[in-house]
Design a protein around this ligand. Structure first.
Ligand SMILES: CC(C)(COP(=O)(O)OP(=O)(O)OC[C@H]1O[C@@H](n2cnc3c(N)ncnc32)[C@H](O)[C@@H]1OP(=O)(O)O)[C@@H](O)C(=O)NCCC(=O)NCCS
Length: 158
């Protein structure tokens, strides 16, 4: 009997952009986003490329296949401030804590993380972010809620 390949988490590179888009496409109705429009598709592909080049986007990889991602766009490199734009894990791999692990990798380097969640999200993402220490930042807009996470200031001794 062959064992399922171990899933590893690593930073994305620009070579992961197409594979990330495929996972995003597999999750589109749950997020939800509509990828039918070619202009919007191009716009999203560009964002994925920038988020991969920005250096903090994470992917979950099984064997050679990207099976999950957390896209983090840099908002300010100096302030180590990022925006989470989309996350997705293929259905067969869910419930194994991959999203929290990818989020942890970004928190290790970030001082501030922003995120927006659509009210129609089908994965309870607002609740997941709150469990992970994010606070809601402003009253809900029509169809989405905004969150931010701030790194704790280190305690100074003496
Ligand atoms: C959202 C998604 C990325 C999560 O990926 P995952 O790797 O399966 O995440 P897991 O379910 O293993 O995460 C486990 C953690 O989430 C918590 N959790 C699970 N369901 C939750 C919910 N509905 N609300 C709050 N927390 C929840 C678990 O308690 C656990 O927390 P802990 O680590 O603090 O114990 C995945 O479900 C997905 O791809 N959904 C479709 C796309 C999507 O909606 N993306 C988000 C918007 S862009």
């Amino acid at each position: 009997m062959t064992e399922a390949p171990k899933v590893t988490i690593r930073r994305a590179t620009k070579d992961d952009a197409d594979a990330i888009f495929l996972v995003l496409q597999a999750c589109d109705s749950e997020i939800p986003i509509n990828l039918d429009d070619d202009d919007f598709k191009r716009y999203i592909r560009d964002k994925i490329r920038v988020a991969c080049l920005g250096g903090q986007t994470c992917v979950a990889v099984s064997g050679n296949q990207v099976i999950g991602f957390l896209l983090a766009l840099p908002l300010s490199f100096e302030e180590r401030w990022f925006e989470l734009i989309y996350a997705g894990v293929l259905k067969n791999y869910r419930g194994n804590g991959l999203f929290p692990q990818m989020l942890h990798e970004i928190k290790v380097v970030a001082l501030r993380i922003d995120a927006t969640v659509k009210n129609a999200n089908q994965s309870g993402m607002a609740g997941r972010l709150q469990r992970a220490g994010f606070s809601e930042t402003k009253p809900s807009l029509n169809d989405e809620r905004s969150f931010e996470w701030l790194a704790q200031a280190p305690l100074h001794e003496g």
